[in-house]
Design a protein around this ligand. Structure first.
Ligand code: EPZ
Length: 417
């Protein structure tokens, strides 16, 4: 299994180019199931493993899929399978995004329940509840969801709590339902707006994006389209934190600063000098990093997907920072590994109290989930000596060649098989 070795102590300087957003590419790929015509996705992060996994799932269902550079061409004109099997779904929870499209266009779907993962139970009750409101019949047997519908009917459905892929699944399903659907208490993440933008190009009639209430007027069919995926805001935040934690100065290109207001606000509070331009963010680390408390909340607040990375940064701040993880019940798996690098972090329920500044010591550490792996690489960039991050298949799920991009910024980092 691949590992990443990082030798700490080098400030990062130079430019990093951001890839397309994984969490927009996945629902946009699922959207291609809604039409027999070709869907072309540009700026898709080809080397992100979750994208490869979703491509395999769509091909399993009968979709023709092919890459041309970073453009992915999908055509679901030969769908002859309606089951997302356990072996595929267990490796990627976002497989559940094929549920809405399959029920909506074909009237049937059999999806393995995703089960939990390292960061939490992550049920899909709101996905299923919403589909039942749209008229689907849902049964669960032997770990599978069986969904059928003659034709989905428009409805009004309020999400009991905010769910990103739940919102996406129901928007996808409602585009071919009969009549109008009103979804309330929707998630506001930019990736949802990106999927809506693609669906509109495919002929869907959707209004209300970037608001908690989305209106969808169902149509008889959708047609093919071309779309360029938005930049990955979590990768952007990860690199900004890389510049800050190493005491460097970097420019992050092909990003969208407007998608990181909560993060930029925090890093500014920590004393970083940040300049935003069109498609670019420059960050310069302060000599003394200031501590600050953070609460992870749904967009546009500080994202849970940057919580682990930010915790690594706060080990270098002069003072105590309290990090509240409000989205997932078990997203502190990286703390144990940071403690092995001599960090001083104390957990009280869903709050991690980070005492800094603590000089970190390089060590062998274990990645447990995607963003925890990024946290450990960032910690390795500032630790004394070598850090070897094991199980880096986790990091490859969400980042394209992260070690190459960091090396271009001056990091002493390599992948070792
Ligand atoms: C999306 O996951 C992202 N994944 C996650 O990114 C991200 O951490 C998460 O949103 C929160 O922002 C993709 O977009 C592919 P949720 P999702 O439904 O949609 C609970 C990464 O690192 N919940 O918004 O699965 C759930 O357990 C990944 O790129 C229910 O209880 O998250 C969680 O506590 C990790 N029932 C909370 O809601 C449901 O039916 C938010 O989950 C659905 C969710």
């Amino acid at each position: 299994m691949d590992k990443i070795r990082v030798r700490g102590g080098r400030p990062l300087f130079g430019e990093a180019t951001i890839s397309g957003a994984k969490n927009s590419t996945l629902p946009c790929m699922a959207a291609s199931l809604m039409t027999p015509e070709p869907v072309l996705l540009h700026n898709a992060p080809r080397q992100v493993r979750d994208v490869a996994t979703m491509k395999l799932l769509l091909e399993h269902l009968g979709t023709a899929a092919s890459w041309e550079e970073n453009s992915l061409r999908l055509q679901a004109d030969g769908i002859d399978e309606f089951e997302a099997p356990y072996d595929m779904v267990k490796t990627m929870r976002a497989s559940v995004l094929v549920l809405g499209p399959l029920v909506s266009r074909f009237g049937k779907a059999v999806i393995s329940l995703p089960g939990g993962c390292a960061i939490g139970a992550r049920p899909i009750d709101m996905h299923l509840g919403g589909l039942e409101h749209l008229g689907a019949t849902i049964t669960i047997e032997h770990g599978y969801v069986y969904a059928t519908a003659k034709r989905l009917r428009g409805t009004r459905y309020r999400f009991p709590s905010v769910t990103v892929t739940g919102t996406e699944n129901l928007i996808l399903a409602a585009t071919l339902a009969e009549g109008e659907t009103i979804l309330e208490n929707c998630a506001l993440e930019p990736e949802i707006g990106d999927v809506i933008s693609l669906l509109r190009k495919m002929g869907a009639r959707i209004t209300g994006e970037d608001t908690p209430t989305i209106h969808i007027k169902g149509t008889e069919s959708l047609h093919g389209a071309e779309h360029t995926i938005i930049p990955d805001r979590i990768e952007t935040g990860t690199f900004l934190i890389g510049g800050a934690i190493t005491g460097g100065k970097i420019s992050v290109k092909k990003c969208n600063p407007a998608h990181l207001t909560g993060v930029i606000k925090k890093l500014t509070e920590n004393g970083c000098r940040i300049v935003e331009q069109a498609g670019e963010i420059q960050i310069e680390a302060p000599t003394i990093l200031l501590p600050s408390d953070v609460e992870t909340q749904p967009y546009p607040h500080f994202p849970t997907d940057l919580q682990a990375q930010y915790m690594a940064l706060m080990t270098q701040a002069e003072g105590i920072s309290r990090i509240h993880e409000n989205i997932f019940e078990n997203r502190f798996m990286h703390v144990g590994e940071l403690l092995r690098m001599r960090a001083d972090i104390r957990i009280h329920d869903h709050i991690a109290e980070v005492h800094g500044r603590t000089p970190l010591s390089g060590a062998n550490v274990m990645a447990t989930d995607l963003r925890a792996s990024a946290c450990l690489v960032l910690a390795g960039l500032v630790a004394e000596g070598d850090t070897v991050v094991q199980r880096v298949y986790h990091i490859d799920r969400g980042y394209e060649r992260i070690e190459e991009k960091l090396r271009q910024l001056g990091a002493d980092i390599e992948r070792i098989s």
